[in-house]
Design a protein around this ligand. Sequence first.
Ligand SMILES: NC(=O)c1ccc[n+]([C@@H]2O[C@H](COP(=O)([O-])OP(=O)(O)OC[C@H]3O[C@@H](n4cnc5c(N)ncnc54)[C@H](O)[C@@H]3O)[C@@H](O)[C@H]2O)c1
Length: 699
Amino acid sequence: MSDLSTLLEKAAALAPEAEVVTGAKLRKVTLPGGAGVLGLITLDNGLDHTRPNTFGFGGLQALNAAIDAALADDEVTALGVTGKPFILAAGADLSGIAAGGADGVRLIAELGHAVFRRLGEGGKPSFGFINGLALGGGLEVGLHCTYRTVMDSAPALGLPEVMLGLVPGWGGAWLLPNLIGADRAVTVMIENPLNNGKVINGAQAYELGIADAVFSGADYLEQSMLWAADVLNGTVKVDRPEVDRGEAWDAAVARAQGIVAARTGGASPAAARAVELLAAARTATRDEGFAAEDEALQAMSQTPELIASLYAFDLVQKRAKRPAGAPDRALARPVTKVGIVGAGLMASQMALLFLRRLQVPVVLTDLDQERADKGVGYVHAEIDKLLAKGRINQDKANRFKALVSGAVGEGDKDTHPFADADFVIEAVFEEMSVKKSVFAGVEKVVSPTCVLATNTSSLSITEMAADLEHPERVVGFHFFNPVAVMPLLEIVKGEQTDDATLATAFATGKGLKKTTILCKDSPSFIVNRLLGRFMGEVGRIVDAGTPIQVADASFGGVAPMPPFMLLSLVGPAIALHNNETLHRAFPERFYVSPALERVVAAKKGSYYAPDLSIDPEVEALLEKPENPVVLSKEEVREQVLSGLAEEAQLMLDEGVVAAPEDLDLAMITGAGFSFWNGGLTMLLDASGIAEKVNGKRFH
Ligand SMILES: NC(=O)c1ccc[n+]([C@@H]2O[C@H](COP(=O)([O-])OP(=O)(O)OC[C@H]3O[C@@H](n4cnc5c(N)ncnc54)[C@H](O)[C@@H]3O)[C@@H](O)[C@H]2O)c1
């Protein structure tokens, strides 16, 4: 490793002009009780909380200069690092990483280590005040400090690098297991990132031992500094449990290997490397640990997984915020009251989301008062849960409850509960005739500009609107179950949908904090069409003789869970319905499995028994071909991905979405496909399957 001044010189030459530099402002704070003077460094990129602090070359230089000044000032007896409101830092500046190539990655890895470690090794005690979001390098900057406090409501803490095809490379892979033990470190740096990038909050970080103290409320920083004073003058002694370096470390590594095998099927070199770093951290010195992280990051910079991850990251950061093809936002009409027809599974979840995000009156209607009340009851119970967890206060809970109501939905233009709604969405049974009659009824009582949205998973928006007086105000608004968890919202334009309606749909989706993607009115839209093809191909292969277990073991690292597990989660009946819809539209490509039909007829909810063997009753319903064709895992994977390559290309040719980027964004946010595959099309390119099937790559 080069020395710090050489690294800084090289960094100055490589720093991209476009970097939004996170500044590091030093101020001196006299601590009470004669505890001395704290040199408090505040990280701030000068932008609001929607643009988090990050560390590029410039940001690291700024932090280094602030540390220099604090260490050189004899009056300063201890250092503190905190962030701008709600945010410590979101880690490395990934656009800078992408630009610098392998050398740039190596340099920024070494520089980060060299700067951060001065916090822990500079000769003065240091305090990380984790006042908000702290991901990757944001958490690592705190880990280098001698002590840490955390704000209990800090929303997102973690080391998510593995999800991006990277490893925690600014000290995290060595420091974390040596601070909280290997098993807990596995949860934070392996298990959570591979669980769709799960993060923890401040209170959980404290429980795990990442911070030595936890404080809440607006005076978090003041309390933290008082605590720091007590630590410095000896009133508070920080005791951390001894880290178990015996068998527990081996067990943790074995657990990590199991998780990586199950979630990635060996498809993520970064995950495997992170486990190696964690295993080595048991005996490696700090220098060895950090050097191994530098090596790992440099190696990662060359992998297709990192390229795909950076592409995926860009999609969810940028494309998701500026959906391709969305009309001018200025055309959107305000939404001040929402009507929801149907008070079932989806409608009740939608009601909760509309309430929480838009904070406007929401009325649920259903066939009878009892069903409507059940929907409202669900919303009330969920509000109570949020209150119990401290996510909302009593005032908010009361206000939300007062805003939601349930009715049968009778009345005229003056008396109907939807009369003054400007956005009505239906989530009734998935039948065209039912949906048409629902919209015909709603149209009689709402204003001509009220948006009529449908949560249909597969039916034609154009046909649903055809007999209405104002078909131009009908739009598809397709949520995924569970509504609160799945980020994707497909917005479907019918043939007659006008721009004002579409703009209102996009603005509403944004208000609901969903990732919106514009989609042409076509069977099953985006995610369900691709998943339908996926499940259809898998079903065809299993019906021909390949065991379910082989099929289920074929997609590690591609799909978020094995296909028959997914089928059980979605529900065999819903999956069958989707496949039937697609088969009607494209009979030559979409397979309807007779075995699946029998499973649905027998009302089986899952293929698996509780002990994860195949349910014997389901086994009895499977096809028993005379001449079974048994494929290997590799063959299953190749065949199914080939089907997906064909389907994805056809969807682009038909104009279902604007570009392959939208297919990928949809599969990541609507089906949990991995970042390191770039969703889907990057994987199809990298594996050569796109070229083989379509004669060309997607990118
Ligand atoms: N379940 C899912 O995972 C999922 C995901 C995305 C989209 N969807 C779509 O959402 C819609 C609803 O699905 P769900 O799973 O919530 O169904 P559900 O059966 O739980 O709820 C449907 C509700 O609609 C009510 N209803 C039926 N006809 C009505 C009418 N004429 N007027 C008023 N209410 C009526 C029913 O009484 C029932 O309460 C469907 O179009 C479905 O395709 C479902």
